[in-house]
Design a protein around this ligand. Structure first.
Ligand code: SAH
Ligand code: SF4
Length: 428
């Protein structure tokens, strides 16, 4: 989401005649687009701001701006602790950037705008995209779910969806620019609703645009995964056979305290339904360990769901208390050591499951979008399967951005290793 928002900010400024630069030491203006989801993300921003302070010492006219979620949630802290910061803009205020920048030049005092809007979706502004493979397209903003651990509803405000016509126009433009994959984005992407136009309607309309090889979406909420959505995914080949299904926790008591709106058994039935409608689907998840009040027994329920589902991959987090959220005020916070132990257990188990799931693909042929050179070797490409698994294979005659067939020979760690079908055919 922040990559997409940064592209949006860039396009607003480029429209005003600014030029983007990657050189911090010569730039006139430096923006940092921030995330508040966990403490770790905020720590990284603070250490970055420390670096910018030094830059500003050497070049006092450099304008420094903090954008996004931290601007929203920590404006007071930033103003007090970081004298180098000139501009603080929340995620709904990017249109004000050119105006603030012009005023910033003459005014030494910080300029702050962190008002949240019920309407801003930046509908008419198309992001400035670098040449690449995947185009992020933001389709809705904000979140109304208020999970008790989560800062998003406070930093990003109320849920609102973009007009489908504008989304489709943006997707067509991305295809014309040579992008092969589109990822529809939203804090709660599948609760997209514009008048009576639902997420599955939008997905279908995007799938029909000629020239889009792959469509992905993130991040969905289990509550809004519908049969219509899964059927649409089954119907269109270019919608990837992959669902991110954030579990968070397996215990009903914890799920309830998290305000996640589903129970363990509802979640498991949803997985069954997904696998029934989309055979061979890749399913990933998010897990939080050490939520307040999570006992060993509660935690064992998370492990139980993992063992039953065997996710293809998982993003695992230690619970991080966020100021202003309900869960941060619960008085049964979990010891750091316990959180760490649980995290290690979840990571180790997921590693085994990922390998187990990946081994099932050995001996099959997968369609892979060639995305980049492998980090391991300059003779190999890395690309993803439809089900979102990385595959490494010898370069052969294929090029980046092409779709190609790869025979899977081996599963190792979290990646697959294969050989181009065209190379195998030539050898035969
Ligand atoms: N809207 C999506 C998730 C978006 S946030 C959903 O509801 O599933 C991405 C992930 O960050 C969450 O799924 C959660 O696992 C994690 N997360 C959010 N707040 C957190 C917190 N306070 N501590 C630890 N992890 C958190
Ligand atoms: Fe946060 Fe997702 Fe819950 Fe919204 S649905 S509050 S974004 S975790």
């Amino acid at each position: 989401m922040n990559v997409a928002d940064s592209e949006l900010v860039e396009s607003i400024l480029v429209d005003q005649g600014y030029k983007s630069s990657n050189d911090l030491n010569t730039a006139d203006v430096i923006f940092i687009n921030t995330c508040s989801i966990r403490e770790h993300a905020e720590d990284k921003v603070h250490s970055q701001l420390g670096r910018y302070e030094l830059i500003k010492k050497n070049r006092p006219n450099t304008i420094i701006g903090v954008l996004g979620c931290m601007a929203q949630s920590l404006k007071q802290d930033i103003l007090e602790r970081r004298s180098c910061v000139d501009i603080i803009l929340g995620p709904d205020s990017y249109r004000r950037l050119p105006d603030l920048l012009n005023r910033g030049k003459n005014q030494p005092k910080s300029l702050v705008d962190t008002k949240l809007s019920r309407f801003e979706v930046y509908d008419d502004l198309f992001p400035s995209r670098k040449d690449g493979i995947n185009a992020w397209i933001s389709i809705m903003r904000g979140c109304d779910k208020f999970c008790t651990f989560c800062i998003v509803p406070f930093t990003r405000g109320r849920e609102r969806s973009r007009n489908p016509l504008s989304i489709i126009e943006e997707a067509k433009k991305a295809v014309d620019q040579g992008f092969k994959e589109i990822t529809l984005l939203g804090q709660n992407v599948n609760s997209y609703l514009h008048e009576d136009y639902y997420f599955h309607n939008l997905l279908e309309a995007v799938a029909k645009i000629p020239g889009i090889n792959r469509i992905r979406y993130t991040s969905p909420h289990p509550q809004d995964i519908t049969v219509e959505l899964l059927s649409t995914m089954a119907e269109y080949d270019n919608i990837c056979n992959y669902v991110h299904l954030p579990l968070q926790a397996g215990s009903n008591k914890i799920l309830n305290r998290m305000n996640r709106t589903y129970t363990k058994s509802k979640f498991l039935s949803l997985v069954d339904l997904i696998r029934e409608i989309l055979p061979d689907v890749g399913i990933s998840t998010d897990i939080i360990v050490g939520f307040p009040g999570e006992t060993d027994e509660d935690f064992s329920q998370t492990i139980d769901v993992m063992n039953r589902v065997k996710f293809d991959s998982a993003f695992n987090f230690k619970y991080s208390p966020r100021r202003g959220t309900k869960a941060s005020e619960y008085d049964d916070q979990i010891l750091e050591r316990t959180k760490q132990e649980r995290l290690q257990e979840v990571i180790a188990l997921q590693k085994r499951h990922t390998l187990e799931r990946n081994i099932k693909l050995v001996g099959t042929t997968q369609t892979v979008l060639v995305e980049k050179e492998s980090k391991m070797s300059s003779n190999h490409w890395a690309g993803r399967t439809d089900s979102n698994k990385w595959v490494i294979f010898s370069k052969g005659n294929v090029k980046i951005k092409e779709m190609t067939s790869v025979y899977i020979k081996k599963a190792k760690g979290i990646t697959l290793h294969g050989e181009l079908i065209q190379d195998l055919e030539e050898a035969a």
